[in-house]
Design a protein around this ligand. Structure first.
Ligand SMILES: Cc1cc2nc3c(=O)[nH]c(=O)nc-3n(C[C@H](O)[C@H](O)[C@H](O)COP(=O)(O)OP(=O)(O)OC[C@H]3O[C@@H](n4cnc5c(N)ncnc54)[C@H](O)[C@@H]3O)c2cc1C
Length: 303
């Protein structure tokens, strides 16, 4: 059994980890064909495995029913490539009654680590489930996982800039309220946390200081995603709710017509971020978007 919390505790330098996201099972018009997507994922893991990642985490997409692909992929990365895998699991699309069965499958495949999430709300609406079956918050999933016979190491998500849905009476993000919810979730028995991506390290360091002053000691792994094209800006600001520093935004906007330059700017910025994190964090988690080249360029620059 290899828990992420033990891997981090035994490391004497900053490690790195990668996230891949499996294809949706139902092909929708305009999306990458499933064969191409799967081959991107395997290429990403194969190429980056030579840098000895601490773990690979595999997302779970409630909308695309990726439970059919997520768990087998996590199992393959562990069994075939010998890389510890972290299977993401979401409250959305996993009724409480199915959790035990899903955990049995993870146990069967020797997967010891789970990232327990509420899940992104699918654009097409949350799949209908019998009333009372659905869990609303990630802490409930943490409780369910800890009730299972297998001793899983559980990770949860953290938000350096606050979760975009946690708003105060002034409709601004309620950073303190979100921190309280985070602590409540961690208190249910959690071994590590991975943060939402951020583009300004100050947000991360201030967040860690707040978490520590609230008495939470679990390892906090910063999430990094290079902004390698203009469409990623929408994901960063919209779905993730991360601020783009003025200077970075100006450089991106000034070069909007030059994809190679945008990519170089995004990678350079991520390299600077990683340089500022090395030695201060247990691990850096790369959101690869199933593309290995930008992550390889960053790792080569910071090694
Ligand atoms: C590292 C990482 C990996 C991710 N992987 C995936 C993935 O694989 N699949 C996917 O669909 N999404 C994924 N996401 C996105 C995530 O599911 C969304 O950000 C989602 O909106 C929140 O999930 P959570 O687990 O943080 O939820 P929660 O911790 O449940 O929080 C959700 C919201 O509810 C609030 N809240 C929590 N507890 C309470 C409470 N007791 N009372 C009132 N309010 C409360 C929180 O402040 C927050 O605003 C990932 C995010 C991160 C950072």
């Amino acid at each position: 059994m290899m828990k992420v919390s033990d891997i981090l505790a035994n490391a004497d330098e900053t490690l790195f980890s990668i996230e891949v996201f499996p294809p949706k099972v139902a092909y929708s018009k305009g999306s990458t064909p499933i064969q191409q997507h799967l081959s991107n994922i395997f290429e990403t893991v194969e190429h980056l495995s030579k840098y000895d990642p601490a773990f690979v985490s595999v997302t779970y997409n409630p909308e695309g029913e990726t439970r059919a692909t997520s768990i087998p992929l996590a199992a393959i990365f562990k069994q075939r490539y010998g890389i510890e895998s972290v299977a993401h699991l979401t409250c959305i699309a996993t009724p409480r009654s199915e959790v035990a069965k899903t955990l049995d499958v993870l146990d069967y495949f020797d997967i010891d680590n789970i990232l327990a999430l509420r899940g992104d709300r699918p654009e097409c609406g949350i799949p209908a489930m019998a009333e009372g079956e659905c869990m609303e918050y990630a802490y409930e999933l943490v409780e369910e996982i800890n009730n299972h016979d297998h001793d899983f190491c559980i990770g949860v998500a953290g938000y350096p800039e606050g979760h975009p849905e946690c708003l105060g009476e002034d409709s601004c993000r309620d950073i303190d309220g979100d921190l309280e919810n985070f602590i409540h979730k961690v208190d249910k028995g959690v071994g590590f946390s991975i943060t939402q991506l951020f583009l300004d390290n100050d947000h991360f360091f201030e967040y860690v200081a707040r978490v520590r002053s609230a008495g939470v000691e679990i390892p906090i792994i910063p999430g990094i995603m290079p902004v390698i094209n203009m469409s990623i800006i929408d994901i960063v600001e919209g779905l993730c709710g991360a601020a783009i520093p003025d200077d970075l935004r100006r450089r991106l906007v000034d070069n909007a017509e030059d994809p190679d330059e945008i990519r170089a700017i995004g990678i350079d910025h991520a390299i600077d971020q990683c340089k500022g994190l090395m030695g201060k964090v247990p691990c850096i988690h790369f959101y690869t978007m199933d593309m290995w080249r930008p992550v390889e360029a960053i790792i080569e620059a910071i090694r």
